[in-house]
Write a protein that binds this ligand. Sequence first.
Ligand code: ATP
Ligand code: MG
Length: 642
Amino acid sequence: MQAPGSRAVHLSEWQKNYFAVTSGTCTAAQKAEAYRAQVLRVQYAWANSEISQVCASKLFKKYAEKYSAVIDSDNVETGLNNYAEHVLALARSQQTDSDKWQSGLSTSNVFQMRSVREMMRAGEKLRGSLLGAADASVVIHSGALAAEPPKFSACGSGESDPLTKPAHGTGWTQGVPESGPSGPLSAQPPVATNTPKTCPTASAPFGDLATPLFGNVRKENGSAPKASPGLSLFFAHQSRAPPGSDSPWDRSAFYGSGPADALSAPTLSKALRKTEGSGPREEGGLPTFKTAKEQLWVEQQKKHHPPARAAAACGGVKKSLGASRSRGIFGKFVPPVPKPDGGDANGGVQYKPDSAGPTEPAPPVDERLKSLEPKMIELIMSEIMDHGPPVSWDDIAGVEFAKAAVKEIVVWPMLRPDIFTGLRGPPKGILLFGPPGTGKTLIGKCIASQSGATFFSISASSLTSKWVGEGEKMVRALFAVARCQQPAVIFIDEIDSLLSQRADGEHESSRRIKTEFLVQLDGATTSSEDRILVVGATNRPQEIDEAARRRLVKRLYIPLPEASARKQIVTRLMSREQCCLREEEDRAGGAAAADITTITADQVPPITYVDFENAFRTVRPSVSPTDLELYENWNRTFGCGK
Ligand SMILES: Nc1ncnc2c1ncn2[C@@H]1O[C@H](COP(=O)(O)OP(=O)(O)OP(=O)(O)O)[C@@H](O)[C@H]1O
Ligand SMILES: [Mg+2]
């Protein structure tokens, strides 16, 4: 609990903020900032037990929605819609921090892949049934305005609406206290209760459903939401892709079928790209074509409803980053393009091509990415780590406990979604911590290979330094894209640099990234409909903010390898080398005599036992006993394992 004095300060700040945003004198940016600050305070107040969970849920929902509304709105006066162009230019020059994970794919071999060929074929087939390129611009434009006529409602299909469901977490792993949102109430992040039926907002942290993260992995679910303009754009122009559909793990979740197919047709994709790429739709860019009907709709929405909420309130499609759900997790696959017969596989509100006139806007392909800058989506997609050399569980020596726990969380629920439900549902936030070099990143790569989920890897430092000033948008975009690519794993290496304890002298931009990340993390970890697992890795766990710590419910210690694991690592490494480990073998003379500049590769002397002895004499451990003790202590205090 905080001292009364500090509470008074909080209160007056709160009041000041409230006054500022209601006075009508604030700019949109100031409003967004004020709302964000409120979100942060709610989280703090709740974390410090200053307010109840119910109160926290309500306030959290309220301010996060307001924040999203301002951010998402493309109204120049009241909204920001600020996915700026320049960040992309900045970032494009230094994409992908994880240089070890450069894709082995190229534009030429990606088209050899079966899944891509299938996509292209299907795209060709469906192209005819879609609008022509000119009409495609109408599609996007109408989507961007968030003013789709009501018949395309993403909220009203009669399927589960996250916000109408009772609030209770599901992530839980048995036997581990405080290891899941559905653990003791005190361990739960704020979740909304009895929220009105409305489209979820960008961060979608409030809905809470009864289905587990990876507990309902169905191919159709995995692929259903992928028909986004941004993603199709990516597909059409990408040079990276998973290394072959015949790989041991299932990549179909990534490529899916229908949605991407239809949009992978080059002409349409080009049209989409052109339209989306025109940036802020009406501000500064070329005005895109709008039908009179659309214009009228937009005008009415602007007049009668606050920005970004309008469409939702009227059953239209709200522009939001990742929360629109037109169907539950058990819902049938809804083809994102109309079936030839106009049928609706889901029985919900569906686009009927026949009823749409030539100028009638087509259904938005993916609501959740509409407000994102397509190039930003492309950038996010290029961060996907789903294309590195495969790593199997056997490649990781030792750390049996952590491996078992990760398998339990990531793999098993995919194999038996029927079992891993309710309290048995997997946690959605994992923290791998331990000394440097113990295999945390390796485990991340293994999850990428073995989970069957779409894998996003992002280095926290790249968010804080690479995209200076734009990291928060990248965070939002990352989670939004992940929501469209479910089941998804977001791996954040060096997460301490993103979620370190908040300090007074902290830079404004990193504070904003942190807050955004917490908001998104809340959304991902509390919504049981979203099957997004966030895995963080750090060798400085003590620096992680307590609010973030709580959300990363399963905190696994990755210690230094035991003797048997070390042996395994060395044996495996030596198996790739030419070596001769007989003690009597003495190659010291030979090595000395060899001239490194002239020696041929096959003349390089094999590694011998003497080399090991020499190494033992000179190599010192990189982790000090004091450091080790720190990790052990932290593990005892916050860890979820041995
Ligand atoms: N348990 C292990 N089994 C096999 N190889 C390992 C293991 N642990 C580490 N390695 C190898 O050691 C190197 C460093 O591992 P990795 O990058 O995963 O460590 P890390 O824990 O992420 O370190 P840091 O905290 O510095 O990021 C890699 O080449 C990895 O393959
Ligand atoms: Mg690492």
